[in-house]
Write a protein that binds this ligand. Structure first.
Ligand code: SF4
Length: 177
C-alpha cells in the first residue's frame, strides 16, 4: 500500500510493504502517527520538525519525506492523471477552476496556481498503465515526480486496481527505489 500525505511544508510517503511496525515513528511523534486511527498519519497534529525527525528514525524507510516547496499535488481522475501545482497564494486561499491545456508547461489557471508537473495513466482491464511522468526542469530534484506517482499508486490501490508502470520512473518508484 502506498500513501501520500501533504500538509504545509512537508510531503510524507508511506510504503506499507516496507513497514516492520517497529513504531519508531509513533515514539517520535505520537500525535502524528497513531496506529489506532484511520488514516493513521495526520500531519496537522505536530510541528513539521518533529514529524521530520520521527520519520528519519524509521529503520526501514517505509516512511520518507520531502519538503513540499509550496507545491501541492492532486488527482485529476477525469483526465487520468495526477497534477502538481505551485501557488503564489497560501494553499488555504487557493480556490477552484483550473483550465488545462496539452502538455506540462502551458496550463493557465483562474486561481493563481501554475501547473508544474503531471503523471499520466490509461485505464485498462488489467489496471492503471502509467506511461508518462514529467516535472518542469526548474522543479526537478525536489521529490515532486515521486509525489505524482504516489498519488496514482494510492488511487489505483483504493480502487483495487493493479498498476502497470510503462514509464521507467514510475517503475522505479513502484519497486521501492
Ligand atoms: S518507524 Fe517505519 S517501520 Fe516502524 S512503524 Fe513507523 S513506518 Fe513502520
Amino acid at each position: 500500500m502506498h500513501r501520500l500525505y501533504e500538509y504545509g511544508d512537508i510531503a510524507v510517503f508511506w510504503d506499507s510493504e516496507k513497514c516492520r511496525h517497529a513504531k519508531m515513528c509513533v515514539t517520535g511523534s505520537p500525535k502524528t502517527f497513531d496506529i489506532q486511527r484511520k488514516p493513521w498519519i495526520d500531519l496537522t497534529k505536530a510541528p513539521t520538525m518533529e514529524i521530520w525527525q520521527a520519520i528519519e528514525k524509521c529503520p526501514t524507510k517505509a516512511l520518507t519525506c520531502v519538503y513540499a516547496h509550496e507545491v501541492t499535488t492532486e488527482l485529476d481522475p477525469d483526465n487520468c492523471r495526477s497534477v502538481a501545482y505551485i501557488s503564489a497564494a497560501p494553499v488555504s486561499e487557493v480556490t477552484s477552476e483550473t483550465k488545462y491545456s496539452e502538455g506540462t508547461d502551458s496550463t493557465s489557471t483562474t486561481d493563481n496556481r501554475k501547473q508544474i508537473g503531471e503523471c499520466d495513466f490509461r485505464r485498462t482491464d488489467e489496471g492503471f498503465v502509467i506511461y508518462h511522468t514529467e516535472v518542469l526542469p526548474e522543479y526537478e530534484g525536489k521529490g515532486i515526480a515521486r509525489r505524482l506517482v504516489f498519488r496514482l499508486l494510492e488511487a489505483a490501490e483504493k480502487e483495487g486496481m493493479k498498476v502497470i508502470p510503462v514509464c521507467s520512473y514510475a517503475a522505479k518508484v513502484l519497486s521501492g527505489k
